[in-house]
Design a protein around this ligand. Structure first.
Ligand SMILES: C[S@@+](CC[C@H](N)C(=O)[O-])C[C@H]1O[C@@H](n2cnc3c(N)ncnc32)[C@H](O)[C@@H]1O
Length: 476
């Protein structure tokens, strides 16, 4: 042990410590990092002459174009050796095989941690090929694992709180596991150049990856024509900020003679002078944007609210909606069978349903409500499950049934809103008073969640009104 400590000390000159240097604004790992564009060009990559890094974008550093560019123009091209990937079969050295062994202990859903181990290995290595890239990475991230406890609580939304706590717990446990695994490892075999890896360094690297990595085709799979899902860090390309209306996109192109692929950014639309270059990170809910990227999008059309399909809750909601004796707690055998087909009953049901997003009511929930509030097998048998799951299929079991369904969802929304301890107006007043950046993010997040519920209520109320106006002549 004493020997290995001495060996680690003698390695000190060849490592980069995980502690952070005092950095200029906006804070990057190195105070004056090398010019990324020059590095990419030196490595044989291409950067359009009008593409420049800008510190003055709305969202931190970004890329802008200094002149008008037409659609289809190549903006950036990275040679195959520049993206940073986790190569699982690269176990030629003890340190790589130790890294692979650690990576195998990372749960699949935390894929960012796996590539993060590789990034941390390179960050520790004073001779890293990727240092010009790594030194340009932000020193801190605004993802909730770094929020003070109070701001995590202030998110007010149980499914996200659960995810944040799960990630924090994992980081603390993984820190111990890495320490145990690397305790007696010789400095020369140590994957992190002998440095102690704590939860904060793990959090930094996981966040660097989750905020910046892109999931693309791997080289081998692209050749065979099938798709793969390989996370990669794409230097310079990852300086593009996000928009649902992007003006650029990433493509992969086979590199002539060898089987390697080039990763390119091309202009998707016309780019005007001084426009930022924007990519679409994905049609994601604010849960993913906050958890993985550390930001929240206002009026995000893909934001949703998760509810639990709970029979008692459904009964309570439909009674509140005026249904006299709802059958959610005691479905007929045929209804139970249909619920099983929707995976809302049976041995391993998935009881998580969503409202909001492109479809205001998730198809499975809509079908379940229609079926349970209908009660007539002969009626239900007339429709296939796709029709029952679709809001564009208007009132398959008649107007009264559809109104009861929508009113039940509205009542579910009221119940969901009542679980938030504060109202939107109160949240807005707190932000106005001035709060920390993390508190503001938490509050903005919960405002958006409540807005999703309110928007669904407005949408369904409009539909109820429309249906009621159709119902009147028949009833008369
Ligand atoms: C891939 S990096 C883009 C480069 C980054 N702006 C920087 O300074 O290094 C993604 C990060 O940029 C910021 N970002 C990108 N698009 C954003 C958006 N639409 N709204 C808010 N923040 C955004 C977030 O901090 C996010 O984690």
């Amino acid at each position: 042990m004493a020997n290995s400590k001495m060996a680690i000390a003698s390695l000190a000159a060849q490592i980069r410590p995980f502690t952070c240097l005092a950095a200029s604004l906006p804070s990057r790992l190195a105070p004056h990092p090398p010019d990324l564009i020059r590095w990419i060009k030196r490595e044989g990559g291409f950067v359009h002459h009008a593409v420049k890094l800008s510190q003055e974008t709305q969202f931190g550093i970004g890329l802008i174009s200094t002149e008008q560019i037409s659609p289809g123009t190549d903006l950036i091209s990275l040679p195959p050796h520049v993206p940073l990937r986790f190569e699982s079969d690269d176990s030629s050295s003890s340190s790589s095989s130790l890294l692979s062994a650690l990576a195998r202990r990372v749960p699949e859903e935390l894929w960012a941690m796996k590539l993060g181990l590789r990034l941390l290995q390179e960050r520790a290595n004073a001779d890293s090929f990727w240092w010009p890239y790594i030194s340009n990475l932000p020193e801190t991230y605004t993802v909730p694992i770094f929020f003070p406890g109070e701001d995590i609580k202030n998110l007010q939304y149980a499914p996200l709180l659960h995810q944040v706590n799960k990630r924090c717990r994992f980081l603390l446990e993984f820190e111990q596991e890495i320490r145990r695994t690397l305790e007696d490892v010789k400095a020369s075999d140590h994957p992190f150049s002998g440095q102690d890896v704590n939860a904060s360094a793990l959090g930094w690297t996981m966040s660097a990856v989750s905020t910046r990595a892109f999931r693309l085709h791997g080289n081998k799979k692209l050749q065979g024509g099938s798709s793969d899902d390989v996370p990669m860090m794409l230097p310079l390309i990852d300086m593009c900020n996000h928009s649902f209306k992007p003006n650029a996109r990433i493509i992969q192109e086979q590199n002539g003679a060898d089987s390697n692929t080039l990763v390119k950014v091309v202009a998707e639309t016309e780019v005007k002078e001084n426009d930022p270059l924007l990519l679409n990170y994905g049609c994601l809910s604010n849960d993913f944007f906050l958890l993985d990227y550390g930001f929240v999008i206002e009026s995000n059309p893909y934001d949703t609210i998760e509810l639990k399909y709970d029979e008692q809750l459904m009964d309570a909601a439909s009674m509140a909606a005026g249904v006299s004796s709802p059958k959610f707690s005691s479905p007929a055998p045929w209804q139970h069978q249909l619920l099983s087909q929707l995976n809302l009953a049976g041995e391993m049901p998935n009881l998580k349903v969503t409202i909001g997003g492109p479809e205001p009511v998730e198809g499975r929930l809509l079908a379940a409500l229609r079926i349970l509030l209908c009660g007539e097998l002969v009626e239900v048998e007339k429709h296939d499950s796709d029709t029952l799951k679709s809001l564009s299929a208007v009132a398959p079991f008649g107007i009264a049934n559809e109104i009861a369904v929508f009113r039940t969802v509205i009542a579910l929304c009221v119940i969901a809103l009542s679980h938030f301890p504060t109202k939107i107006m109160e949240d807005e007043a707190i932000i106005k008073q001035g709060v920390s950046a993390t508190a503001e993010l938490s509050i903005k997040y919960r405002i958006q969640k409540k807005s999703v519920i309110i928007d669904v209520m407005k949408d369904l109320t409009r539909r109820v009104k429309l249906l009621s106006s159709k119902e009147t002549p028949t009833a008369a």
